[in-house]
Design a protein around this ligand. Structure first.
Ligand code: HEC
Ligand code: HEC
Length: 300
């Protein structure tokens, strides 16, 4: 310290600089000495308790009396996580997707693991977060995070889509309808008014798309009145769908094939339930409304 004060009775080390600055021999402050002693003591205790000192010649080290190792600490932490997970996983086994959905704590847990499962198994076709993927024919795999469903957005519909796969089938019409008839039907459908032409009923479109043209979820037959297009929605694109069909074996026809994950055996029952809840919770899932059981909602 180079404070300037009366040094008449202070001891100095005898060093003086600039005629004025003397090196005093005062004791360091008490708090400082206490701190020094405490940290020295801490070192000794730490040294004895934890593994600390390498014994190079024996290729080992002092193990410490506390038995601590980094691996053991990690294993303990893992055991804790497993204990929590195990509790949830055991519960999930016996539950239906609807029951899981009704339990907010389980739902939260399921959504966390569902994200990884979806990324690994579904995102390649349905896009990250279910935004859908497109090829030159339009939507390759449907958007899952909206509220338009081909096969239904109730929790059990979604679960069934995952377990059994989906493959909507529409017959090809190239040998059944004339080019002029296909033109009329395509124009009407493009306007969102498929039933505006009597051909729609006469040519049997109603068998799969319904009297009102809104489709049936049991068949995944698209709603033709909402102008939301599963495939190319231009007049030319619609003509192609009508002419060559969907999944009907026509080389120019549309292909839409969702694999059955149960058949593939790639996912466990619990994993398929988790995914159903995860997809439902994208926001487009539809609650089980008691009165609206046969309501055919728009398809995408
Ligand atoms: C190989 C591509 C592919 C993979 C992988 C795939 N899907 Fe699909 N998915 C499709 C196609 C194509 C359809 C539409 C089928 C149709 O239109 O007939 C579909 C339909 C669906 C539907 C019905 C949508 C609706 O509107 O009703 C759901 C739900 C669904 N998939 C969920 C999943 C989940 C969850 C996974 C992962 C476990 C998955 N899919 C993996 C291609 C795929
Ligand atoms: C055997 C049942 C069946 C018949 C009959 C049928 N359709 Fe379809 N149609 C479907 C199904 C199922 C889909 C949806 C396929 C999918 O997305 O997997 C579809 C899809 C379509 C689409 C595409 C919708 C979109 O979103 O891109 C059009 C357009 C269409 N049908 C028009 C017609 C017309 C017009 C007729 C009458 C000539 C007809 N369909 C007869 C089952 C049928």
């Amino acid at each position: 310290m180079s404070e300037k004060h009366d040094q008449s009775d202070a001891q100095t080390t005898g060093h003086v600089w600039d005629d004025d600055l003397a090196d005093l021999t005062n004791q360091p402050p008490r708090w400082w000495m206490l701190g020094l002693t405490a940290s020295a003591l801490f070192c000794v205790v730490y040294f004895i308790y934890y593994p600390s000192f390498p014994i190079v010649t024996l290729n080992t080290f002092t193990k410490g009396i506390g038995g601590w190792t980094a691996i053991k600490e990690m294993e303990d932490a893992q055991d804790e996580v497993e204990a929590v997970r195990g509790k949830f996983e055991a519960k999930l086994k016996g539950m239906t997707p609807a029951a899981i959905l009704a339990d907010s704590e389980l739902t939260e847990y399921v959504i966390r693991s569902g994200k990884v499962l979806f990324g690994d198994n579904c995102a390649a076709c349905h896009g990250q977060n279910g935004i859908g993927t497109h090829d030159k024919d339009g939507l390759f795999a449907p958007i899952l995070n909206d509220d338009d469903w081909l096969f239904g957005g109730k929790i059990d519909d979604i679960h069934a889509s995952i377990e059994n796969g989906r493959r909507g089938i529409m017959t090809a019409n190239k040998e059944i309808l004339s080019a002029a008839e296909i033109d009329v039907l395509a124009d009407a459908a493009a306007k969102g008014q498929p039933t505006s032409t009597p051909l729609f009923a006469e040519k049997g479109c109603t068998a799969c798309h319904g009297e009102d043209g809104k489709g049936f979820q049991a068949m995944g037959s698209a709603n033709l009145t909402d102008k939301i297009w599963r495939f190319d929605g231009s007049v030319a694109g619609i003509k192609r769908t009508i002419t060559h069909g969907v999944n009907a074996g026509d080389p120019q026809g549309r292909v839409a094939d969702m694999p059955s994950f149960k058949q593939a055996g790639k996912l466990s029952d619990t994993e398929m339930k988790k995914l159903a809840v995860y997809v439902y919770k994208f926001g487009g899932g539809q609650p089980d409304a008691p009165a609206a059981a046969t309501d055919a909602k728009p398809a995408n």
